[in-house]
Every structure is written in structure tokens, then in C-alpha cells.
Write a protein that binds this ligand. Structure first.
Ligand code: BES
Ligand code: ZN
Length: 594
């Protein structure tokens, strides 16, 4: 037996799944998917097949063409991996079908009550499978190494629509009265973590011949305006990284409990509604998810231990797209904001230096617990260092060659190194890649990104302690990222009158731009600035994006004066949070004394 992925029972000596046929009946009353999954093998197989499963009730397994029962056995429940599902395939098996049901607690799914949606009338369902939650939706070889194409049929209550990480293949009234069936096809082989499904009251708007945005009716106009520039991004990205290989680039704006900023589900990027700032200032997240179409979805990390290959390359790619659109100064601002996130993660993992290396070792560790900005920002800095060492032209040729060599495959850090060594002999040694990949913290030769505007903003913020206040008229002229950089560099210990001055001049508590709002509310919470507390509660109860929950609960929890409030707000908000968000907040609050 040969297991290659510490987070999967996938065994490359056993039959390998090449294609899935999925049938889901979406049951909002019981909060379960009633499922039938046919796994088609690359070649006829026999004997033992180990699948991943978590929380699934398996009713039956059989060889579809012959209707031969397939004996199966579920192993013990592991809190991270779930239960190994072992099948015993008869000789010459081309495909096996499993009839099963998901658990209402499936971590890969969030079932929303109508009250948690914008429209307030219909329920909503969405999936989030990265890193290892596809097994809570489908019994499968849940490793990025075992790529599959898929077709799916989703039966939903009439009046609701389904979208997937796949191309639409028609919809019609379902066989069961009061239902509608939606069909999908994903012809390209994808890692299992890119399986995605959402069901709700949805509308769509075309943004270009190949790009469309989906959202609830109440949000669709705003979403279409916010993301109108997506075709320009696709064109720029194609110039940088080669042809877009996924046919369509559609996006779905989710309800506010979506735990991430974005998720690069192929052909259907999932996005948080907190990006709808009304001024297109937060579309860097779209650039990021779009960039994953190359770095991540085309060339994929083999396992979560090589996650930096996905995210580090994608942050670098995202900033190249932004530079192409907005120029180098805006790009430097992006790197500066990333530096803050990196510093925060390094501080948070001070007691876990093993999680600050790029090539991690995660046997026995839940990938969700290892998540931080380190693979993103340290990874992007390594890529940028390689780029600046060989020069942009040579590096761009290398990136094209990398895509060509590894497209539609899942690779390890070691494969990345071998390819880089082949393309640029000696480069890895020259930049000290060994330390970047395998040593904790930041190496001394990390690239620094500066600009005149950045220097000025940081100097202004540093001067705060000497009593220097910027001209409010000028502050109001700053764009989102400029104001964000300024706020991030202010001293953390503001007085109440400092807070009142900032809030009075800039109307920060009333802002609708979540990057600004949350940065401000974090400062205000840290200072115990009471006028901001109702707004903090409002944000924490409505929004489940983990990036915002962590600093806000942290700031409230740190001070004994607001600690009880933090726990009280959590008790109120928790039922509406995704299980992932709940876990993160619980972890933050557990660190504070009762
Ligand atoms: N693929 C990630 C989200 C993710 C990572 C989900 C790991 C589950 C496990 C996505 O591309 C991402 O990085 N999103 C960021 C966007 C940001 C870096 C621009 C986010 O959600 O904030
Ligand atoms: Zn990403």
C-alpha cells in the first residue's frame, strides 16, 4: 500500500477514480443531501478500494452495469480524517455506485435559514470543500492527487436554482412534483477540493460573453456593478499566464456567513458579499480567485503540505494582475497590506514555528488549524524573490513553461524545486530556497516593496504619538488602501479622544467598506471606544468571514472590560456562523480567562 497524502486514504496502488457521476437530492427540511455517486475508474479494477468519508451514512454499494452488490466496511471515526470506507470490488470493475446521505453537521456544507439570506424568504445552501471537506459531500478519494472530471444532477425545490463548479448542462422540472433538476458537466480533471455546490434564490447578470455573476435578487445589481471589470482582469491574466483554460469564468456572491473572502471553485468563484463596497475597491479578491485558474486549479498543490504552491504563487499572480491594471504604486500598497497579515500570522504562530515553514508536515494536524497568511505572503515573497533575481522577462518565460509542464496535474514542493533547478540551474541555492521552504520565520533576503506614498503614510501614522494629526481634508481624499495602510500603522493604544477625533473626521463607524470598517472597529475595540460597540455587534452577528471575526473577537477579548461582551455576542452570533468560523472564534475566546 502506498499512501501519498497524510489527509486521505487515497492509495495509488488501488483503482484510481477518473470521473464522478453525482446525483444530489437537496433536502432543506432535514438539512441533508441524499446522494448517489458513481465512481468511474481509469481502468478496470478489483479488490480493495479505500475511500474517504466523513459523517456519511452509506446505504448501499454496487457495480452499476451488472447490479452486483459490493461489500463495504466503515473504519473508526477520526476527528480530522473521518471514516475510511473500504470496498471490495469484484474483478473487472469499471465503476461503483454508492447510495448515501450526508450529515446535517457536514462541515463542507452550510444550510442557511431564510432569515440568514438577503431576500429572507428562501433557504440557502453552499459548500466549502477545501481543504479536506469534499468527503462530507461525496465518498471519494479525497486527495488533490486523484484528479477527476464530473457530471452532476441536482434536484432542488422549485423556485430555487443550483450552481456548481462546472458548466451548466440544462435544467428542467424534476420527476418529483415541486422540484427542478439542474445538470452540470466539468470536463476538465480537478482535485476533489474544487467540487462546489450552492442552492438558493439566485439571479444572474452577464458581464462579458464568458463571465457572469450570480447573486440573490436583492444583491444582483450591486454585484454586477462591483465586478464589471472582470473581463479586463481575465484578458490581463491571459497575457501574463497564458490562455484561460476553463471556458467560462462565473462568480457567485454568497450570503454573509460565507467564511472566506473568496474560493476559486472552477467556473464559479464563490465570493463574500463584504466585497460589495460600492466603489470596486475590494476587487483584488476577484483578481486572486481568478489567478487560481492558473496557479491552483491548473497546477495544483499535491496535498495541504504544499499549500504554499497554490497560495504563494496566487498572491504573486494577483499582484501582477493588479500592477498591470493599476500600476506599481498600487501594487506596492498591496504588498504592504500583505506584510501586516504576514506579521500577524508570524506572531500568532510564535509557539508553532513548524507552521511558519512553507513546506509543512501536517500528519495528525487539521489543515484548517494550520491555515494562516504565511503560505500566502511568505510564499509570494519567495516567488517575487525568484522573479527579481532572474529578471521579469526570464521569469515570465519560466512561469509559462511551468504551466505547460504541469497543467492539470497536482505537484509537490519537491517537483517544483526539480523543475526550477532544471530551468534555472543554481537559482534555488542562490536565493537560499532551502531556508525559505524549510526554516521557520522570514529569511533575511526577503524582498521589500516600497513606494513614496507608502513611506508618507507610514511616517504620518508614526507621528500620531507626537500629537501630529493629518489634515482631515487630505485624509478624506485617500483611497481605500491608503486609508487602510494608515490605520494599520497607527499605534494600537489609542485614547478615547483619539478615537473620537478619527471617527468624527472620517465617519469610520458608519463605513460600509469592510476592510476599513473592520480595521477601525478593531482599533476602537482595543481602545474600549464605546460608541463603536453597537456597530461591532452588528458586524459580528451578520458577517461570518473568518478574516474579520478573528481580529474583532481578539480585540474585544483582550480587555477585561469587553471580554464578557465578546462571549455574549458570540453566543448570539454562533448559530448563524459556519462551523469553521465557530471553531476559529471559540479558539480565540478560549485563550482568555473566564
Ligand atoms: N483557496 C482560498 C480559500 C481557502 C483556503 C479555503 C484554504 C479553504 C482552505 C482562497 O483562494 C483565498 O485565498 N481566499 C482569500 C482571498 C485573499 C487572499 C485575496 C480569503 O478568503 O480571504
Ligand atoms: Zn487563494
Amino acid at each position: 500500500m502506498s499512501r501519498l497524502d497524510p489527509h486521505s486514504h487515497f492509495d495509488d496502488l488501488q483503482p484510481r477514480t477518473r470521473r464522478w457521476y453525482l446525483r444530489f437530492l437537496v433536502d432543506f427540511d432535514r438539512k441533508v443531501l441524499n446522494g448517489e455517486a458513481t465512481l468511474v475508474f481509469a481502468s478496470p479494477g478489483e479488490g480493495r478500494l479505500d475511500l474517504d468519508s466523513k459523517g456519511l451514512t452509506i446505504f448501499r454499494a454496487w457495480v452499476p452495469a451488472l447490479d452486483i452488490e459490493v461489500p463495504f466496511e466503515l473504519g473508526p471515526d477520526d476527528p480530522i480524517l473521518g471514516r475510511k470506507l473500504s470496498l471490495d470490488l469484484p474483478p473487472g470493475t469499471l465503476a461503483v455506485t454508492l447510495a448515501y446521505e450526508t450529515s446535517p453537521e457536514a462541515i463542507g456544507l452550510q444550510w442557511l435559514e431564510p432569515a440568514q439570506t438577503e431576500g429572507g424568504v428562501q433557504p440557502f445552501l453552499f459548500s466549502q470543500c477545501q481543504a479536506i471537506h469534499a468527503r462530507t459531500l461525496v465518498p471519494c478519494q479525497d486527495s488533490a492527487i486523484a484528479r477527476v472530471s464530473y457530471e452532476a444532477e441536482v434536484v432542488v425545490p422549485e423556485g430555487l436554482s443550483a450552481v456548481m463548479s462546472a458548466g451548466p448542462a440544462g435544467d428542467e422540472p424534476g420527476a418529483i412534483p415541486g422540484t427542478r433538476v439542474f445538470r452540470f458537466a466539468m470536463p476538465q480533471p480537478i482535485p476533489s477540493y474544487l467540487l462546489a455546490l450552492a442552492v438558493g434564490e439566485l439571479e444572474s447578470r452577464d458581464l462579458s460573453p464568458r463571465a457572469r455573476v450570480w447573486a440573490e435578487p436583492a444583491t444582483i445589481a450591486k454585484a454586477a456593478w462591483e465586478f464589471a471589470g472582470v473581463e479586463d482582469m481575465i484578458v490581463r491574466a491571459e497575457q501574463l499566464f497564458g490562455p484561460y483554460d476553463w471556458d467560462r469564468y462565473d462568480m457567485l456572491v454568497l450570503p454573509p456567513s460565507f467564511p472566506y473572502g473568496g474560493m476559486e471553485n472552477p467556473r464559479m468563484t464563490f465570493l463574500t458579499p463584504t466585497l460589495l463596497a460600492g466603489d470596486r475597491s475590494l476587487v483584488d479578491v476577484v483578481a486572486h480567485e481568478l489567478a487560481h485558474s492558473w496557479t491552483g486549479n491548473l497546477v495544483t498543490n499535491a496535498t495541504a503540505e504544499h499549500f504554499w504552491l497554490n497560495e504563494g504563487f496566487t498572491v504573486w499572480a494577483e499582484r501582477r494582475i493588479l500592477e498591470a491594471i493599476h500600476g506599481p504604486a498600487a501594487c506596492a500598497m498591496g504588498w504592504a497590506i500583505g506584510q501586516q497579515a504576514l506579521d500577524e500570522s508570524l506572531a500568532r504562530f510564535a509557539d508553532h514555528p513548524e507552521l511558519t515553514v512553507l513546506r509543512t508536515h501536517l500528519d495528525g494536524i487539521d489543515p484548517d488549524d494550520a491555515f494562516s497568511s504565511i503560505p500566502y505572503e511568505k510564499g509570494a515573497r519567495l516567488v517575487a524573490l525568484l522573479e527579481s533575481t532572474v529578471g521579469r522577462e526570464a521569469f515570465d518565460a519560466y512561469v509559462h513553461a511551468y504551466m505547460k509542464r504541469f497543467r492539470f496535474t497536482s505537484i509537490t514542493t519537491e517537483q517544483f524545486c526539480a523543475f526550477t533547478e532544471e530551468h534555472f540551474p543554481g537559482l534555488l541555492a542562490q536565493v537560499g530556497a532551502e531556508a525559505w521552504l524549510h526554516q521557520p520565520g522570514m529569511p533575511g533576503n526577503a524582498p521589500v516593496f516600497r513606494s513614496a506614498a507608502l513611506e508618507e503614510l507610514e511616517a504620518l501614522a508614526a507621528a500620531w504619538t507626537t500629537g501630529t494629526r493629518p489634515d482631515p481634508e487630505r485624509m478624506r481624499a485617500w483611497n481605500t488602501n491608503e486609508l487602510l495602510v494608515y490605520l494599520q500603522h497607527l499605534p494600537r493604544e489609542l485614547s478615547l479622544s483619539d478615537c473620537a477625533w478619527l471617527d468624527g473626521e472620517l465617519r469610520l463607524t458608519a463605513r460600509g467598506n469592510f476592510e476599513i470598517l473592520v480595521e477601525w472597529l478593531t482599533l476602537a475595540a482595543g481602545a474600549g471606544y464605546a460608541p463603536a460597540l453597537p456597530r461591532i455587534r452588528e458586524v459580528l452577528v451578520r458577517v461570518g468571514r473568518m478574516k474579520y471575526l478573528r481580529p474583532l473577537y481578539q480585540a474585544l477579548g483582550r480587555s477585561p472590560a469587553t471580554r464578557t461582551l465578546a462571549r455574549e455576542i458570540f453566543a448570539q452570533a454562533a448559530p448563524g456562523y459556519h462551523a469553521l468560523s465557530r471553531r476559529v472564534v471559540q479558539g480565540v475566546l478560549d485563550k482568555f480567562p473566564a
